[in-house]
Every structure is written in structure tokens, then in C-alpha cells.
Design a protein around this ligand. Structure first.
Ligand code: HEC
Length: 100
């Protein structure tokens, strides 16, 4: 029982500043329409690399958050800092690694 409680607390605190439900829907649309333009509609890869869980699970959240926030120099990957705050980006990384 204690263990379960710990898990529940941990799960809910991991995203203490989780975007609102409306924002999450916007972010999913962004993934499809904007990220998908380069990474493929189903994120299978295109101009940009594939963003499927199997491509990302081995990479750290910090690394992925940095690439999305600041872009990657010398490539077409743009910085998303002007449009996405850190909670948005953290949520996107979590969603990419664990789509429903
Ligand atoms: C204009 C094209 C373009 C758009 C739009 C774009 N990307 Fe990228 N992205 C790229 C390219 C090109 C790379 C670099 C691939 C490489 O290093 O070979 C990249 C790399 C990445 C990486 C690093 C992947 C890895 O395995 O290292 C992530 C994560 C990523 N993009 C996420 C996103 C997300 C999330 C969005 C939308 C918010 C987005 N990208 C929109 C072109 C784009």
C-alpha cells in the first residue's frame, strides 16, 4: 500500500506543471502539422530523423529537450523556444517517448 501511494505521488509530481488539456491538444496538433512537416506525418522520419519511441527511448530527456528548445545548428532543426515553454517541451518529450 505504501509502495502504491509512493508511485501515485511520483507519477503526479513528475508533471507538476503539466500543460492544460487544451494545451496538450494544441501540442499534439503541432507535432502532426509542424514537426511532421520535416519528421514525417507519423514521425517516421523524413528530412528530420524518426521520432518514434524506439528512436528516442535511449536518449536522455535533457538532450531531447535541448534539441527541441534550441534547435540543432548545421541542420534544418529550428529552435522552438519562441513558441514553446519548458513545460511544453518536457511534455512533448514525454509524449514522444510514451504515445498512448
Ligand atoms: C524544418 C524542418 C524541421 C522541423 C519543422 C522540425 N524538425 Fe526536428 N529535426 C530536423 C532535423 C533536420 C533534425 C536533425 C537530424 C540530424 O541530426 O540528422 C532534427 C532533429 C530533431 C530531434 C533530435 C532527434 C535525435 O534523435 O537526436 C528532435 C527530438 C526533434 N528534431 C524534434 C522536433 C520537434 C518536437 C519538432 C516540432 C516542435 C521538430 N523537431 C520540428 C528538422 C526539423
Amino acid at each position: 500500500m505504501k509502495k502504491l501511494l509512493f508511485l501515485v505521488c511520483f507519477a503526479s509530481s513528475a508533471f507538476a506543471l503539466e500543460p492544460t488539456f487544451e494545451r496538450q491538444t494544441e501540442l499534439q496538433n503541432l507535432l502532426k502539422n509542424d514537426c511532421g512537416a520535416c519528421h514525417g506525418l507519423t514521425l517516421q522520419g523524413g528530412l528530420g530523423s524518426a521520432l518514434k519511441p524506439e528512436n528516442l527511448l535511449g536518449k536522455s530527456d535533457a538532450y531531447l529537450i535541448d534539441v527541441i528548445t534550441n534547435g540543432r545548428k548545421e541542420t534544418a532543426m529550428p529552435p522552438w523556444k519562441p513558441f514553446l515553454n519548458q513545460n511544453d517541451v518536457a511534455w512533448l518529450v514525454h509524449f514522444l517517448k510514451n504515445p498512448n
